[in-house]
Design a protein around this ligand. Structure first.
Ligand code: ZN
Length: 405
């Protein structure tokens, strides 16, 4: 007798004829999960954060298999609302898992990205993300389809010290980059510095990145920016002959590893510490700048600091305030705009004397142009690569056009 579909829908999926060949019969064959370091589990689904940048405050699995995650900043509010999350979802069989992201401060900001290998990332289908306001806080309800392999779910791509190490290793293999450990974070993690260009060059450019842990798109721009300086073009060769670049791509490794929203482990926003220099991380940058300034054979020409915010924008020193080289920022961004057809470059020029951010500090102390280079949180990743590359080309052209000091 032919079995009707209704018998299957009634839950008798273990009866032959109701299950497609090869399909997992969830309630019978799937082994209960055994996930080391699980933050929550019911035996069929589990969550862990046992990887760099993994972070959540707590989680529970409801009777219906729905997972409720609570997300909190590393320090009490007020804190910048860069509400980071990253976790790994385990399931003992293919299924769709509902996950609620509940925020104790600020609320949902980053569109969820998913990855099976932590390398290739895709946006979670927006149709599977429902953002709602609950008691004044934006929470998100996610619906995640997993094929049974552990899957990362994260606010942004996971770019951690190991990622930077691999990138720097690759750059070193070109033979055009020197790399050393500049110093250590509060928790003893190495903070790496890389150099490119003529070691005897008088003119110095300083790059810094990742003061703010969640600001991954800044890193996604900094990588192609630096790579462009190493290209085998006539422009890049001339640039490297005349200039020396010192780059610290990951200034806050502790905050990145711990999945912080903003601070280092000293509870400090590093980009509000360029002046007091109370933290080991910012002290390293101070010393880089002071060493250049104390050397009669070297002159700082430019500082760029890579970040992320709601949109692509350059925070700059106003043109009315004289810098050396003069009007570099205006002319650099004009060149950059010329290279970016179909894209509008946005600049916000302002300066507050003594404000303890990298841009203001470099300008106040050394009189150089300094720029906070911000990428949008959700700017298209291919566009980010183009931005990083074209901004680097325009910078090289403009710096080469300046008078030698
Ligand atoms: Zn920032």
């Amino acid at each position: 007798m032919k079995r009707g579909i209704s018998a299957c829908l009634a839950g008798a999926i273990w009866l032959s004829g109701c299950v497609a060949p090869g399909a997992a019969s969830l309630d019978r064959a799937a082994e209960p999960l055994a996930v080391a370091d699980a933050r929550c589990s019911d035996g069929s689904v589990a969550i862990d954060t046992a990887f760099d940048a993994g972070a959540l405050a707590s989680c529970t699995v409801g009777d219906d298999g729905r997972i409720s995650i609570t997300l909190s900043p590393e320090d009490a509010p007020p804190i910048n609302c860069s509400a980071w999350y990253a976790f790994r979802l385990h399931s003992n069989a293919p299924r769709v898992v509902g996950i609620d992201l509940n925020y104790t401060a600020c609320g949902h900001r980053y569109e969820p990205k998913v990855s099976y290998d932590g390398v290739e990332w895709t946006y979670l289908d927006p149709a599977k993300v429902e953002v709602m306001e609950v008691e004044g806080t934006r929470m998100a309800r996610l619906s995640i389809r997993t094929d049974g392999r552990p899957i990362f779910v994260s606010a942004q791509e996971i770019i951690v010290p190991a990622t930077y190490d691999a990138w720097l290793d690759g750059l070193e293999e070109t033979g055009m980059v020197e790399r050393e450990t500049l110093g250590h974070s509060a928790e003893g993690r190495a903070i790496e510095i890389m150099y490119l260009g003529n070691p005897a060059a008088r003119e110095q450019v300083v790059l810094v990145g990742r003061q703010h842990p969640p600001e991954v798109t800044g890193a996604l721009a900094m990588f192609p920016f630096v790579e462009t300086l190493l290209e085998h073009t006539e422009l890049a060769r001339r640039f490297r002959e005349r200039f020396r670049v010192s780059a610290v791509p990951l200034l806050n490794p502790d905050g990145v590893v711990k999945g912080h929203w903003r601070h280092n482990t000293g509870g400090v926003d590093l980009n509000r510490d360029w002046g007091p220099f109370t933290q080991p991380e910012t002290q390293l940058m101070r010393d880089v700048l002071v060493a250049i300034d104390n050397d009669p054979d070297r002159r700082l020409r430019l500082l760029l600091d890579f970040h992320s915010t709601g949109r692509d924008i350059f925070y700059t020193i106003p043109d009315e305030l004289p810098t050396d080289p003069p009007l570099f920022t205006r002319d650099w961004l004009a060149r950059y705009q010329d290279r970016m057809s179909g894209y509008e470059v946005t600049r916000d020029a302002r300066h507050e004397v003594g404000r303890p951010i990298s841009k203001a500090h470099a300008f106040d102390t050394y009189g150089v142009p300094a720029v906070t280079f911000e990428l949008g949180d959700e700017t298209d990743r291919t566009l980010i690569r183009r931005i990083g590359r074209e901004a680097a080309i325009a910078m090289m052209e403009e710096l080469l056009a300046t008078e030698r000091p």
